[in-house]
Design a protein around this ligand. Structure first.
Ligand code: PMP
Length: 438
């Protein structure tokens, strides 16, 4: 039986490659027809056929306060009434940049003195890398296998055959000489980090790392690993780019960096990148760091970067409203919901006899179908990922929308209340049995 979602997917595929504007939306790894969403409110989304789901995607992270929060919507409407885009500086940008710089602090440590606003996480990391190259006069970039930083050429790179070899293109269309400027090493592997710097240290401009990996499933950094990256990079005159696009303002008011600092792991990245929550669901991202580095950007410095829609007033209004509403209580609420659901997920899979490990990083969590939580990309891939599709579809049939891939975190919002959490908990046992039967 087809419904409105099927009809729309057929129509979409006739005009949009694969029917989607970003690949994971196509349900490639779980199969079936993607749900075309018509509206969302709080913790729920409604599809084109009128079915409602408790949502654990949260637009892949931004909706920290829940969908269509009335104060955020009102702020955007008010901004829209004053004009959609000016291509000129605005007061709101100044407030948002100052708010970002002010929130990312631990005690007296304030690593962000300057902020530049851009429109997507991809732009933020791309600019951060150019800035690091401009600052150091070096070309090579170190990234970790399984970490995602957007789709710019040099970041779509895959490890070559050796530990410290120059990478190969990770997508058609990426020129080999550009991929070869990236060195891809294993995550949570201090020896690989030491080896890549031993061999190429004088040529490395920066190490880019997800503050906690969350695009190969949730894989937290081992204790001390982020600090080791900072120390190693700095010892060789290279910069550390901490990618907080996914974690920033979601796991803690000061991001994953703030969460780690509060837990006693202090280190100083040179450039931070933000996206998702910082734009409250509108296209907005940012990079920030100390003045000496950030002021190398045009118009002050020689590193070029620009954007017609950068600092768009509607996006800035959404970001400002979101950060102002994201009080410490919001994080307490999301953390508690996350702890409750990850334990419900763990026990449902255990009861059904499914080999699994639930992993978390702050309030981000997900399950992998292997006996122990993965520590790196090779381990994340070595799991019974075929069990996820039946699990996902069972949850969906019971009215819960999960991310359509086993390699994604489950995103909670402050709008997930008792009713929504119970609906998710009630759906888990049958989904776990479906995973067991796969
Ligand atoms: N960095 C990280 C850690 C991300 O998770 C993402 C997106 N999932 C990006 C960068 C890219 O952001 P965008 O999709 O806004 O380009």
């Amino acid at each position: 039986m087809t419904d409105r979602n099927d009809d729309l997917f057929s129509a979409a595929r006739a005009v949009i490659p694969g029917g989607v504007n970003s690949p994971v939306r196509a349900y490639g790894s779980v199969g079936g027809t993607p749900r075309f969403l018509a509206s969302a409110k709080g913790a729920t989304v409604r599809d084109a056929a009128g079915r409602e789901y408790v949502d654990l995607v949260a637009s892949w992270g931004p909706a920290l306060l829940g969908h269509a929060h009335p104060e955020i919507v009102a702020a955007v409407q008010e901004a829209a009434s004053r004009g959609l885009s000016f291509g000129a500086p605005t007061e709101g940008e100044v407030e948002l940049a100052a708010l970002i710089a002010d929130r990312v602090r631990f005690g007296e440590t304030r690593p962000i003195e300057r902020v530049r606003l851009v429109s997507t996480g991809t732009e933020a990391t791309m600019t951060a890398i150019r800035l690091a190259r401009g600052a150091t006069g070096r070309d090579l970039l170190v990234k970790f296998a399984g970490h995602y930083h957007g789709h710019s050429d040099g970041l779509l790179a895959e490890a070559g055959s050796g530990v410290a070899t120059l990478a190969l293109p990770g997508s058609a269309g990426v020129p080999a000489p550009i991929a070869a400027q990236t060195l891809v090493i294993g995550y949570n592997d201090p020896e690989a980090l030491a080896a890549v710097f031993a061999e190429h240290g004088q040529r490395i401009a920066a190490v880019i790392v997800e503050a906690s990996a969350a695009n190969m499933g949730v894989v937290a950094p081992l204790p001390g690993f982020n600090r080791l990256i900072a120390e190693t990079a700095h010892a060789h005159g290279a910069l550390m780019i901490l990618d907080e696009v996914l974690t920033g303002f979601r796991v803690h008011p000061a991001g994953f960096w703030g969460l780690q600092a509060a837990a006693g792991e202090d280190y100083l990245p040179d450039i931070f990148t933000f996206g998702k929550v910082v734009g409250g669901g509108m296209p907005l991202a940012a990079l920030g760091g100390r003045a000496e580095v950030m002021d190398l950007l045009a118009p002050l410095g020689p590193v070029y970067q620009a954007g017609t829609l950068s600092g768009n007033p509607l996006s800035v209004a959404a970001g400002l409203a979101t950060l102002r509403l994201a009080t410490p209580e919001v994080y307490t609420t999301v953390d508690a919901a996350s702890a409750r659901l990850s334990s419900a997920l763990d026990s449902a899979l255990s009861t059904a006899g499914v080999t699994h490990a639930v992993a978390s990083a702050g309030n981000l969590f997900n399950a992998s179908f292997r006996a122990s939580a993965p520590r790196n990309y090779a381990e994340a891939q070595a799991q019974d990922s075929f069990r996820y599709a039946p699990f996902f579809h069972s949850m969906r049939e019971q009215g819960v929308a999960l991310p359509p891939s086993v390699f994604e975190a489950w995103f909670l919002t402050a709008a997930h209340g008792e009713d929504e959490l119970r609906r998710i908990e009630d759906a888990l046992p049958a989904a776990a049995r479906a995973a067991a039967d796969a």
